[in-house]
Design a protein around this ligand. Structure first.
Ligand SMILES: Nc1ncnc2c1ncn2[C@@H]1O[C@H](COP(=O)(O)OP(=O)(O)OP(=O)(O)O)[C@@H](O)[C@H]1O
Length: 298
């Protein structure tokens, strides 16, 4: 479990993380979602004690990271920057890490198998493709068999096969009961991977919610020259509805329910369409106020 309380980081005059409170729990992939520059990497660096918080605190399994006796056995992390020595082979890199962290050497072979680098383990990492490099970074994160795993934008630049592999791996790690915390600015990717979402914008936590609760409910959009009469008929049915400038949005019903109701009341209908809001839309609405850089026409 990861718990942040009032976590704040100010760089010069710039607040990268602003009194963030959140908890990342085991057994589910938790997506850390926010636009570029919203503070995701900053939060992850603070969790790993790679940077000092300006104020507030964050604990890993109840303790600050710096107080963990064997950090690699408790938290594995894949951050954006490549952290290995390119001249070394994957095998030697992992063996070095294992050696300096009291991890048995046989574990190196195990993680090489998990990430599928077995056949190229003797080759120098300098020649690895982006996808192979990510796999090596993940092997290093898994080396200490930690209960907590953090991945910062793990699918950036990967091909579809690599993306699918990472997605499945994260889900199986969570299914084993581990805490899996993964950052992304891609809503579509999070929608397929995460069961829980922490949404961040301009350093502030905007939502901390199960994925299923994040998407607004499906509804039916109806337009009519007699919208007021239709709204009254809908209210009489006790259906939940909301009026917009030119339409009525009715929740928890089908277009057929609504069409039949209008017919019974002799109300003409000019449009009747089912609406299934996407996670992308929910995310854009939530972060619209907090995007740091808009395009010229944004
Ligand atoms: N070392 C630093 N010095 C100064 N400002 C920084 C530093 N690191 C981050 N920032 C600023 O803090 C803010 C948050 O950056 P951060 O890298 O945490 O965002 P992010 O959500 O991870 O973004 P991205 O998706 O682009 O990686 C940004 O405005 C960034 O410019």
């Amino acid at each position: 479990m990861i718990s942040a309380s009032g976590l704040t980081k100010v760089y010069g005059g710039k607040t990268a993380l602003d009194h963030a409170d959140f908890t990342v729990r085991p057994g589910v992939v938790t997506g850390f979602l926010g636009p570029n520059g919203s503070g995701k990497s900053t939060a992850m660096r603070l969790i790993l004690n790679l940077d000092r918080a300006t104020s507030g605190s964050v604990t890993v399994n109840g303790r600050p990271y710096r107080d963990l006796p064997a950090p690699l056995r408790e938290v594995g992390a894949l951050l954006e920057a490549k952290a290995w020595h390119g001249g070394r082979s994957a095998y030697n890199h992992l063996r070095f890490l294992a050696g300096t962290n009291g991890i048995p050497r046989r574990r190196v072979r195990e993680v090489l198998d998990v990430v599928g680098l077995h056949d190229v383990a003797a080759k120098r990492a300098k020649g690895y493709s982006l996808g192979m490099g990510q796999r090596l970074g993940i092997a290093a994160a898994l080396l200490g068999d930690p209960a907590i795993l953090m991945f910062d934008e793990p699918v950036n630049g990967l091909d579809p096969e690599g993306i699918l592999w990472i997605r499945r791996l994260m889900q199986s790690l969570a299914a084993e009961g581990r805490t899996v915390f993964v950052s992304s600015h891609l809503m579509s990717e999070m929608a397929l991977t995460a069961g829980h979402l922490i949404v961040i914008g301009r350093g502030r936590i905007l939502a901390d919610t199960p994925m299923a609760d994040f998407v607004p409910a499906s509804h039916v959009r109806v337009r009519s020259p007699d919208l007021a009469a239709l709204a009254r008929a809908v209210a009489a049915e006790n259906w939940r509805a909301r009026t917009t400038a030119d339409a009525l949005l009715v929740y928890g019903v089908t277009p057929a329910d609504l069409g039949d109701l209008a017919y019974r009341h002799g109300i003409r209908v000019h449009e009747l369409s089912p609406v299934h809001p996407s996670l992308e839309e929910a995310f854009m609405r939530l972060t619209a106020e907090s995007v740091e850089f808009h395009g010229i026409d944004g």
